[in-house]
Write a protein that binds this ligand. Structure first.
Ligand SMILES: [Zn+2]
Length: 537
């Protein structure tokens, strides 16, 4: 029981890592509004979901209407076109809805409002926004489990036919050209989706450097605040690791951004002074992280995670006043977040203001903020911080000692057999994307009906992932299938080693296998993974 409670706490520790994915089991959404909300939530934004209305206007496919009360309209006729696509009808609806939602979440205030084909000529800027909304929209539909990319061109065709649109609409490329472009955009969305999965996997397995290189790659493709935030988070965690190696006493408290409190165990045990001075590298990473969070905030000035993370970076940059300023900004924007008490407490502690540190740690505990129990106990354990270090590792051992999760070893061989293969490492990948040349980082993947095989190449390691698709007919070796309750999983596989929260879903991680759980505590897919260290030659 203790175990279970603890893992729940870890979830909140990890809440700052935002990677919005929804699960497919929800996708069998029975009605349009449900489907709309599932997709809207997958954008992972704090922004209010705009109202959806169905309109009786045969000239409109769908549109995003900006204003004081932003809304999205879809016409009855567009719904009929989607319905005519039978088994693909929800995929088609997903494409249209996510496109309009992308305009909203990407703050395309003044762009064209139509999903496709009206007679208003578009200016260049609008054309760019259209392409961006297409790409981002499609990535979101993939994340929510729709096979949207496969039907995108057909949908365009059907819309042109049913809405009697001229194939050479004024202000648009010709239909042929648009379909060519649609194919490219669909392919890009497929690629980005796999890179996103790979980056999330690397973050969850604490391979932060290749992770942030991947998030950076994604941000060059489209400005999406989650990618900026995640690129910052991976840097911040890299800096924290360096810092703990060099100087664990510098930050005895757990920041909300830290993935896993247990890491502290290993660092506190080592305790030896590092031989190389990493402080410059650390500073550079923190400043870069700061820039990423600032970019995320530019895209959404109410984006709480980015403010909190930016404040954490500034505490570690020895600038607690700036950290307090960012929390103030967040509050001035009307956003309340329980983790801000933790950040404030640590900032005050850094300034030597014990009184305010204590009262904020107490508030954090009261509201059950991430790491609040650990932090408050630590704060109370010593009066004098000057004498912190001698007992610090003792504190950590004592705190985590009996709460350490059971390490569940999963028989990978048995699991891979469920995929009809003996080895997780597959011989050929259809597609390969070079993310960076120095260091060389690649993502390759092959898609099958039941699973995606993804290979991540880094200079030191290769990672092989088999990830089930939303529509998989597979069961895990111990009989877990998509749609099962998380409690069934835990009964069968025991407590996971680590739970990584990622916005609307959690990764339940065992050795070699990671299950994805949605916010309704239902399993929606799982991933086998294997890491192969490259031998130096
Ligand atoms: Zn549009």
């Amino acid at each position: 029981m203790n175990q279970h409670r603890f893992s729940v706490k870890i979830v909140s520790i990890l809440a700052l890592l935002v990677m919005a994915i929804m699960c497919s089991s929800e996708l069998k959404a029975q009605n349009l509004y449900e489907q709309y909300h599932v997709i809207a939530k997958s954008f992972g934004s704090d922004k209010k979901i705009p109202k959806l209305s169905i309109v009786n206007n045969n000239k409109v496919v769908a549109q995003f209407i900006n204003g004081v009360e932003p809304s999205i309209q879809i016409s009855k006729k567009a719904i009929a076109v989607c319905k005519s696509m039978k088994k693909d009808s929800s995929n088609a609806l997903a494409v249209i809805l996510s496109h309009e939602l992308a305009h909203y979440y990407l703050n395309h205030a003044d762009c064209s409002k139509y999903f496709a084909g009206n007679s208003i000529a578009l200016n260049n800027n609008s054309v760019l926004n259209e392409a961006e909304a297409d790409r981002v929209g499609l990535v979101q539909t993939l994340k929510t489990g729709y096979s949207s990319t496969k039907i995108y061109q057909t949908l365009l065709d059907n819309i042109y036919t049913e809405f009697n649109l001229n194939e050479n609409l004024k202000g648009y490329e010709s239909l042929e050209k648009r379909k060519e472009q649609a194919a490219l955009i669909a392919q890009e969305a497929e690629d980005h989706y796999r890179i996103f999965i790979a980056a999330n996997f690397l973050t969850a397995s604490k391979n932060y450097v290749p992770a942030f290189i991947m998030y950076d790659y994604l941000t060059t493709k489209y400005a999406f605040k989650e990618n900026y935030n995640n690129a910052g988070v991976a840097r911040l965690n890299t800096a924290i690791e360096l810092l703990l190696k060099n100087n664990p006493k510098k930050m005895p408290f757990l920041l909300p951004v830290e993935l896993d409190g247990f890491s502290r165990l290993s660092y506190s045990v080592e305790r030896s002074e590092a031989t190389t001075d990493n402080s410059e590298k650390c500073k550079q990473l923190l400043q870069e992280a700061n820039d990423k969070f600032a970019k995320a905030i530019l895209l959404d000035k109410k984006y709480a995670f980015a403010y909190l993370n930016m404040a954490c970076a500034n505490i570690l940059l020895d600038n607690p006043d700036a950290a307090l300023g960012y929390i103030k900004d967040l509050e001035l924007n009307g956003i309340k977040n329980k983790d801000s008490y933790t950040v404030k407490a640590i900032a005050y502690y850094s300034k030597g203001d014990k009184k305010n540190a204590m009262s904020n740690f107490e508030l954090a505990k009261k509201y059950n903020a991430a790491n609040s129990d650990y932090n408050l106990k630590l704060m109370k354990s010593k009066d004098s911080f000057l004498n912190f270090l001698p007992d610090f590792s003792g504190f950590i051992d004592k705190y985590f000692g009996d709460k350490k999760p059971v390490l569940t070893l999963v028989n990978l061989q048995n699991e891979t057999k469920q995929f009809g293969i003996q080895e997780i490492k597959l011989p050929a990948y259809d597609l390969s994307i070079q993310i960076s040349s120095k260091p060389n980082i690649e993502v390759s993947y092959t898609e099958t009906k039941n699973y995606d095989a993804i290979k991540i190449t880094t200079p030191t390691n290769d990672y092989y992932l088999l990830k089930t698709t939303p529509y998989t007919t597979f069961k895990s070796a111990k009989g877990i299938k998509n749609g099962d309750a998380s409690s069934t999983l835990i009964k069968t596989y025991q407590q996971p080693k680590l739970i990584t929260s990622a916005g609307n879903f959690n990764y339940l991680q065992y050795d070699n296998i990671i299950f994805t759980e949605n916010y309704k505590s239902v399993i929606c897919d799982w991933m086998l993974y294997k890491e192969i260290k490259k031998t130096a030659n």
